[in-house]
Design a protein. Structure first.
Length: 492
């Protein structure tokens, strides 16, 4: 009981109605979409802030470097030869932004600054200044009581050989990040309102959409295994109408499947019951005579082998419903045909003729195709006498691959042309050699061989064709697409 409960829990909240689950999934999807948009917007804003900060620092650094190279001392009218004078003159001509601080650090450690101190008096904070000046790189970031700082520094080398100085640009970025936070709060509020509004609309719409589905469910609940003939009336052409039509089609398939299953079980039971009865009967009457025991064992072994072949054929036909029954690959048709011809020649003492051979690359399952053609050749051997003629060949035309087996046997009666491809079916007009007696001859198989050939052809997206008439032999031909087909599932 505990195992059953755990299995039910994995069904996805079975105690919730479909309407509620639709609403929950929609809210999750909307929340994920809104959250993704919010994260993307925040990432874009943060990226822009970082880019603006770098651009500001680079611009101020380039302006100072250009002034140091091209500027002149207003007192002398000549290029600067003193770094301290250079810093003082440049600072006096610059106007810093609200979150920007420009400083000049002389060689003796004196800090030159503008009258406005910006968001924080950085010049008086020796610890922060020490971290900036001792940093190995020309740019970086550090913390301060006023928030995080993006900084850059440029070393000023005097032309007159004096002591060097340092120009420092500091940008306080927290106010920009605070704007991002306020923007995200507004987006969160708007998203919450949109989420609640969308949930209300989804609740109403899902109720109206599911109303016809509930009607279909009630009607379907009245249909039982014993009453598969009932169908759901279809009065709509929308998705719900398509659902009802699809459900009706499924009932058609189920009805056919139940009928096929019953017929299959009856046929299989009949085919397996006979050898079991034979084996049991001979074992019950088996005496102590060694020759009798040997004969009985031989007969029992033969019947068991026949049962084994029936079971193997049934398993193969069951596997034909699986998506991996046919696994196509690129292969030369000439090589495939030659291999098949070499194999079938060992099936019996017949006049084997290679009737034709296709010369092209084809996409088929070589093992399954070989199995099908060998089965057709085996049938031809069963319905011809020693020395009879059997033709095997292949060809490619119009994008199709054809492989055939033709024999000189008694042929197939037109009434049996379709029935022999069914499971457990035997032709009633496989006539004895000569045709004079016109007595039907049933092969030793269970009637599954041509059903297997049909399953292999269907797995490739092709067909099996029969050209025959009593007295002039039979020609079975596999007609397959040259490009092959990957089966996607048993329903195809």
């Amino acid at each position: 009981m505990a195992t059953t409960g755990m299995t039910a829990d994995r069904g996805g909240w079975p105690w919730l109605s479909a309407r509620t689950r639709i609403l929950l999934w929609l809210m999750v999807a909307m929340a994920a979409a809104l959250g993704s948009v919010a994260l993307a917007v925040r990432a874009i804003l943060v990226t822009e802030i970082e880019a603006d900060g770098r651009q500001l620092l680079e611009q101020e650094s380039r302006e100072f470097e250009r002034f140091a190279e091209q500027g002149t001392d207003p007192a002398t009218g000549r290029p600067f030869t003193d770094a301290d004078r250079l810093l003082y003159t440049h600072l006096s001509r610059q106007y810093a932004d609200h979150d920007e601080v420009l400083l000049g650090v002389q060689a003796d450690g004196t800090v030159l600054h503008q009258d406005r101190q910006g968001p924080y008096n950085l010049a008086s904070d020796a610890a922060v200044m020490a971290r900036i000046l001792k940093a190995p790189g020309p740019t970086g970031r550090t913390s301060s009581p006023a928030g995080e700082i993006r900084w850059a520094k440029v070393r000023a080398e005097p032309r007159g050989g004096g002591r060097p100085a340092t120009f420092v640009i500091a940008y306080f970025i927290d106010r920009d990040f605070a704007e991002v936070t306020r923007t995200m709060q507004v987006m969160g509020t708007v998203s919450g309102v949109a989420l609640l509004g969308g949930a209300g609309i989804a609740w109403v719409v899902s109720g109206r959409i599911l109303a016809p589905v509930r009607l279909v469910r009630r009607t379907a609940a009245e249909i039982t295994e014993q009453d598969l003939a009932r169908r759901i009336p279809v009065h709509r052409r929308d998705d719900v109408g398509e659902l009802a039509a699809t459900f009706n089609a499924m009932l058609d398939r189920l009805d056919q499947a139940f009928s096929t299953q019953r017929r299959f079980l009856d046929d299989a039971g009949h085919e397996l019951r006979t050898p079991i009865t034979i084996v049991r009967g001979h074992l019950e009457v088996m005496g102590d005579d060694p020759q009798e025991r040997e004969e009985t064992l031989r007969l029992v072994t033969d019947e068991l082998d026949r049962m084994s072949r029936i079971v193997e054929d049934l398993l193969l036909l069951a596997k034909a419903e699986r998506p991996d029954f046919v696994e196509v690959q690129q292969i030369p048709l000439m090589e495939l045909t030659s291999d098949i011809y070499a194999k079938v020649r060992a099936l019996g003492d017949r006049e084997w003729v290679l009737d034709g051979i296709g010369e092209a690359e084809v996409r088929v399952d070589p093992q399954r195709v070989t199995q099908a053609v060998v089965q057709l050749a085996h049938n031809a051997v069963q319905h011809t006498e020693p020395g009879g003629r059997i033709l095997v060949g292949s060809a490619v035309d119009d994008g199709r691959v054809r492989l055939w087996v033709a024999d000189s046997g008694p042929g197939v009666h037109p009434d049996d042309a379709e029935r022999i491809f069914q499971r457990f079916a035997h032709g009633s007009a496989a006539f004895a050699h000569g045709g004079a007696a016109r007595q039907p001859r049933k092969g030793p198989g269970a009637g599954l061989g041509l059903a297997i050939v049909t399953a292999i052809a269907s797995g490739h997206g092709g067909t099996v064709r029969l050209d025959s008439a009593p007295g002039r032999g039979a020609r079975f031909e596999l007609d397959l697409p040259r490009a092959g087909r990957e089966r996607q599932g048993a329903h195809e």
